[in-house]
Ligand binder design. Structure first.
Ligand code: NAD
Ligand code: DAU
Length: 346
């Protein structure tokens, strides 16, 4: 593990799902770090894809956007003719939506990954396919940490779909020698996160003086990883990771949801009474926790402290009100989803 050394400079790289939260942060990160890189961003622009996330780099000659579906075989094959590496972020990602309707999760996360892997298999010049999986593949545990070799026990349709993609990527490496690497990051937070996820939902609702719907008793635990730390980790794995290997990524700084909610209202100077306990998410995983020794052995360290990262994130949403207001106002789908979820207590 960690014997390889690749360079991204001078290469043409495909980023799938680059108009989403982590993908757009990752594109910013790569363009800032590598003057000689070229990036193709393939994104379908689902409700979660947003070109506003990349408006500052839209005219950069090193960057090209292609609107399209990862399940479009011909399109994907044509793009792969010109790239040397793939970072695969595109997915349906919101657990609550997967509980309401699992279909698109299976079709995008599993079948979409299959189409990409099949195209990479037929493109031997592609040096790596870095699959972005998730720490949710392990399921929940009350104490201790999951190593990369732990059994996978997903408990939501989202995480089960991610397991399908994760293991399919591994199988392509084992069966065909496809140059796959896999990362399993913990919960990310930071700028450009769609305001249906916990932290941006709570920040933006608080800014609007709307209730903050805390599931169950707010006792569930997540390991919050700033998106900048995640981008650095993913890029490091592309350079130094070993083909066929899987790497956990986590901050190892666990917080109960109630603590995070209280910190958000405190940063914004809003009353704690905005926090409302609502019926729990179905099958709600209590705690995620990953052992990160393997990626630390490659030289990665988490650099953003949660307190500092959360304060910066709150500040970003305060400063970028037009970004999230446009999403919340334009999206009838979002409103319908929100109202269906919370009709019992609104
Ligand atoms: P996101 O929902 O913000 O963005 C997903 C992007 O994928 C969107 O731009 C969307 O338009 C695009 N997309 C969806 N279906 C597509 C398709 N069929 N073809 C092309 N593009 C498509 O997601 P995110 O939070 O940025 O997550 C990115 C990846 O990281 C996902 O694979 C997710 O499972 C994984 N992940 C996320 C987190 C997290 O905390 N956000 C943590 C661990 C792993
Ligand atoms: O762990 C990585 C995963 O983190 C990613 O793979 C997923 O794509 C991403 O969505 C995220 O999943 P979670 O379910 O952990 O994230 P979410 O932001 O939806 O919820 C975080 C916690 O907050 C969880 O315990 C549920 C709770 N929550 C969430 C929402 C949206 C609430 O209490 N109220 C809410 O309204």
């Amino acid at each position: 593990m960690g014997k390889e050394s690749r360079t991204l400079d001078g290469k043409t790289i495909l980023v799938t799902g680059g108009a989403g939260f982590i993908g757009s942060n990752f594109i910013h990160f790569l363009l800032a770090k590598y003057p000689g890189i070229r990036i193709v961003n393939l994104d379908k622009l689902t409700y979660a894809g947003n070109l506003d996330n990349l408006s500052d780099v839209a005219c950069d000659i090193r960057y090209e956007f292609i609107r399209g579906d990862i399940r479009d075989r011909e399109l994907v094959r044509g793009i792969l003719d010109h790239v040397q590496g793939v970072f695969h972020f595109a997915a349906e990602t919101h657990v609550d939506r997967s509980i309401l309707d699992a279909g698109e999760f299976v079709m995008t996360d599993v079948h979409g990954t299959y189409v990409l892997l099949e195209a990479v298999r037929q493109a031997p010049h592609v040096e790596f396919f870095l699959h972005v999986s998730t720490d949710e593949v392990y399921g929940s545990r009350d104490e201790g940490f999951f190593k990369e070799t732990a059994p996978l026990n997903p408990s939501s349709p989202y995480s089960a779909s991610k397991v399908g993609a994760d293991r399919l990527a591994y199988a392509y490496h084992m069966t065909y020698g496809t140059p796959v690497m896999i990362v399993r990051p913990s919960n990310n937070y930071g700028p450009y996160q769609y305001p249906e996820k916990f932290i941006p939902l709570f920040i933006t609702n608080a800014l609007e003086d709307r209730p903050l719907p805390l599931y169950g008793k707010g006792a569930n635990v997540r390991d919050w990883l700033h998106v900048e730390d995640n981008c650095r980790a993913i890029e490091l794995v592309a350079r130094r990771g070993a083909l066929g290997q899987t790497y956990n990524i986590g901050a190892n700084d666990e917080r109960r949801n109630i603590e995070v909610a209280r910190r958000i209202v405190k940063h914004l100077g809003k009353p704690r009474e905005l926090i409302k306990f609502v019926p729990d998410r179905l099958g709600h995983d209590r705690r995620y926790a990953v052992d990160c020794r393997k990626i630390k052995a490659l030289g990665w360290r988490c650099e953003v402290e949660f307190e500092d990262g959360l304060e910066r994130t709150v500040h970003w949403y305060v400063q970028n009100e037009s970004w999230w207001r446009k999403i919340k106002e334009k999206s009838a789908e979002y409103k319908a989803f929100y109202e269906a979820q919370y009709k019992d207590w609104k």
